[in-house]
Ligand binder design. Sequence first.
Ligand code: SF4
Ligand code: SF4
Length: 335
Amino acid sequence: MLKRRLGKTDMKVSVVGFGGIPIQGVAFDEADRVFKKALDEGINFFDSARAYTDSETKMGRSLEKVRKRIYLSTKALSRTAAGLRDEIETSLRNLRTDYIDLYQLHSIGTLEELDRVFAPDGAYETLVAARKEGKIRWLGVTGHSREVILGAIESGLFDTAQFPFNPIEDEWSEAVIPAARKASVGTICMKPFAGGAIRNHRAALRYELARGMDVVIPGMDAAEQVEENASVGRKLEPPSEGELVDLHAEKVRWGEKFCRRCGYCQPCPNGLNIPFLMLIDGYYTRYELRDWALARLGTLAKKFCDCAACGECLVKCPYHLPIPDMMKDAAKRIV
Ligand code: SF4
Ligand code: SF4
């Protein structure tokens, strides 16, 4: 497996890393087999999140013995200094380690939210303090909005940026990836298969690595997936002409109905959290993480069926998604 330095950090990460979402859906023993396979294939970068239920715990249990030769990365949604302090302590316990290589502020959605984490008593304060204490080594940010990730990169305060980049969501290559390169901010590619929409996995990974992402982190829950994805990291080559045709066809197929979670459609006058509902639909339908999706849907006051089809969001979505129709369709499928 080829390795690359992740931005300005000292981490030499395998170009194919391990995304920790789907591992939530398998039993501990099976997770152990999947992690073992990942290690055998040369994967040394493992990414999880406090929000991924038992993903950190499974990583901790399976990777404790090889801690010194891997990099652990995780993230938390807390935006306050005190809240993030608790999250870091929990991550350390779950991951069975006394340091975490990369800790990220998870899913910063707006520039206001970014300002809030930098404010006094904001989460960034804790990242810096935890680094001084040796509990974390490098500081990262994750998100779905290009303006937020660009703002985070330009702040000069983060070592890495994690965002969704794939042949369908390729707008990131215009400004964000070049800005990250210029600032030596490491780029971590989440959702390399567009949340399950892209079927040609090897071609997608080759595409993303060829377009400047430092590391791709496909979510995996089976040894065969690890083998397939890891094979791309043995020899870096761009996708072939045939693969590019395939990927373009995927983009055309999903282009009209693929939510990038940019949030421009918000606010909805009826109180629907449109990007989050789209995310839940994606997890339910494409990832088949149905229990996980339903548990999150249960936390929302306004669900798919509450869309009044007022059309306000339609003019705000830069991708022209037929949002009211998608809400109606999801309301029928997800019950
Ligand atoms: S529906 Fe459109 S505007 Fe709203 S988050 Fe998705 S892509 Fe962005
Ligand atoms: S069409 Fe539905 S989702 Fe869109 S703004 Fe109106 S109520 Fe909200």
